[in-house]
Design a protein around this ligand. Structure first.
Ligand SMILES: Cc1cc2nc3c(=O)[nH]c(=O)nc-3n(C[C@H](O)[C@H](O)[C@H](O)COP(=O)(O)OP(=O)(O)OC[C@H]3O[C@@H](n4cnc5c(N)ncnc54)[C@H](O)[C@@H]3O)c2cc1C
Ligand code: FES
Length: 261
């Protein structure tokens, strides 16, 4: 799969919630080559500090070569990213990794927790083109609170999907974990696509395995290079062999991962 290093002009930088931003850049080569579930390594500042690029899922691709990233500010890199303004230039490498397999025309469940929702919007959009009607798919989204979740729920609703939401504090949708919504929809879907915190993905993988429903997980590990060179993103498969999330993933069949939780 080809990937590119591309200078990209910032087109928009929208604040969705106190620490959550959506960055839109003009990156036509990466946008055109990308598939749902793939990611980019972005330079978060125009100086050498921080030195390392940061990995982010491709959140959406829109006409004119626009690439959208959704991110939460958690440390130095994302604090620098937050300072990028429209008209400024950044630098991306991508699209990287293996994305979701979704060619089968069967009803699916897309389940995202927190910033794990990011890659699911692009997947939801792509499912509209190749798969069964929107109402056959189940969208389950969870976050800590309504302020963080509501703008993301809107995105999926604008695509015509019905969304079931869950928040830790009960301020939107189900009061509890988004995993608690899965049991009810599992019998009606043929594949579950999930991205979110590791314990959430481990729980969903167990639920799907018990119900014999295929599950694809998009893993997030620390990444220094994103290109298979530093070995910093290693995980174990059940037979204790290594996998590199940047190269073999980030999307894996849940049964290919040794879940430690
Ligand atoms: C393939 C992939 C896709 C991703 N997609 C998104 C996305 O769409 N949106 C988004 O907000 N984030 C995403 N992430 C996570 C994102 O890369 C990190 O939040 C970011 O690199 C943090 O950089 P920082 O310099 O701000 O924080 P740092 O200063 O590097 O870290 C701050 C704190 O967060 C912890 N941390 C950093 N990265 C991770 C990680 N990957 N997993 C667990 N803990 C971590 C550190 O240990 C530290 O405690 C993705 C990660 C991967 C690997
Ligand atoms: S991040 Fe360097 S090998 Fe995966």
């Amino acid at each position: 799969m080809p990937n590119f290093q591309e200078k990209a002009l910032v087109q928009a930088h929208e604040q969705l919630a106190p620490d959550i931003f959506r960055l839109t850049v003009h990156s036509p080569q990466i946008a055109q080559a990308s598939a749902p579930g793939q990611f980019v390594m972005i330079k978060s500042s125009n100086t050498s500090d921080p030195l390392l690029r940061r990995p982010f899922s491709i959140h959406d691709v829109t006409s004119g070569g626009m690439l959208h990233l959704l991110y939460k500010v958690i440390g130095k890199g994302t604090r620098c990213l937050q300072n990028l303004s429209p008209g400024e230039q950044t630098d991306l490498i991508g699209p990287l990794g293996h994305g979701f397999q979704f060619s089968v025309q069967e009803p699916a469940c897309l389940l995202g927790g927190g910033m794990g929702i990011a890659p699911l919007l692009y997947l939801a959009k792509s499912l509209q083109n190749v798969s069964s009607p929107r109402q056959d798919h189940q969208i389950l989204l969870g976050a800590r609170t309504s302020v963080e979740l509501a703008p993301l729920v809107d995105d999926f609703q604008q695509l015509g999907y019905t969304v079931q939401a869950a928040t830790d504090d009960g301020s939107l949708g189900h009061h509890g974990f988004v995993s608690e919504l899965l049991e009810e929809v599992l019998p009606s879907v043929r594949t579950v696509y999930v991205c979110g915190p590791h314990p959430l993905m481990a729980a969903i993988a167990r639920q799907c395995q018990a119900a014999d429903v295929p599950c694809q997980v998009s893993l997030e590990t620390h990444m220094a290079c994103g290109l298979g060179a530093c070995l910093g993103c290693t995980i174990y498969a059940p037979d204790k062999s290594y996998r590199h999330v940047c190269k073999h993933g980030p999307v894996f069949d849940a049964n290919e991962v040794l879940w430690t939780l």
